[in-house]
Design a protein around this ligand. Structure first.
Ligand code: CA
Length: 225
């Protein structure tokens, strides 16, 4: 999962980014509202941690813009104690949650998990399923009935995208942005290689689920009919 941190207190922003990375999130960090809006409009983020008092454009305005542009990333506002009015405005304006600074790390992580838990068939924080296929986070593996198979980190990350959005075509461009980052220069054939590894692994385990190619666009996880 990819998270955007928009926070102008550099120390706090960098500390947050460190904590999130340690918890296996991909993180981009920006320090003002204009950059925040620019990055967020890419639509690649599962969750955006958005400070309210920001230089150039405040968090509420960033949020308003995002929702107007139909960006569906979940947004958690970072607020100071004195900003109760802003908190209400934020929730009314389409924020999913807010957390008051200074906050506790485990609380923040729990709120991120809760706000991103809406897609796919996520059973618990360690397991995402599609039909009988399970993707396990801590062991970085795929499980099907009695079989399990280890994945490399990149395979895991691509599989996480596919299984969280089953039967939806994921464009290659989107996969690159999500996994290698917004400004990466990774080529399409890198993804093709990982997809072929994943296909082999899936086909050795089960015959009724496959990664389908949408020619010229991308991939989707489907049941074999
Ligand atoms: Ca601030």
């Amino acid at each position: 999962m990819r998270i955007l941190v928009v926070e102008d207190e550099v120390q706090l922003a960098d500390a947050l980014s460190e904590i999130l990375k340690r918890n296996k999130y991909f993180v981009d960090t920006v320090y003002d509202g204009i950059d925040g809006l620019d990055y967020a409009l890419s639509g690649v983020y599962d969750c955006i941690l958005l400070d309210i008092m920001l230089p150039k454009m405040n968090g509420l305005e960033v949020l308003r813009n995002l929702r107007q542009q139909k960006i569906k990333s979940s947004v958690i506002m970072l607020t100071a104690k004195s900003e109760i009015e802003d908190k209400i405005t934020g929730l009314d304006g389409g924020a999913d949650d807010y957390i008051t600074k200074p906050f506790n790390t485990s609380e923040l992580l729990a709120r991120i998990r809760a706000s991103t838990r809406r897609k796919g068939e996520i059973i618990d924080d360690n397991c995402i399923t599609f039909k009988n296929l399970k993707l396990m986070k801590t062991s970085c593996s795929l499980v099907y009935n009695e079989n399990d198979i280890k994945l490399s980190l990149k395979e895991y990350q691509i599989m996480e995208l596919l299984i969280s959005n089953p039967r939806q075509i994921l464009p290659k461009e989107r996969i690159i942005e999500k996994i290698w980052g917004y400004e990466s220069d990774v080529e399409y054939n890198n993804i093709e290689v990982y997809i072929s590894f994943l296909r082999k692994k899936i086909s050795t385990m089960c015959s009724d689920i496959q990664i389908k190619t949408a020619r010229g666009i991308g991939y989707s996880l489907e049941e074999v009919k």
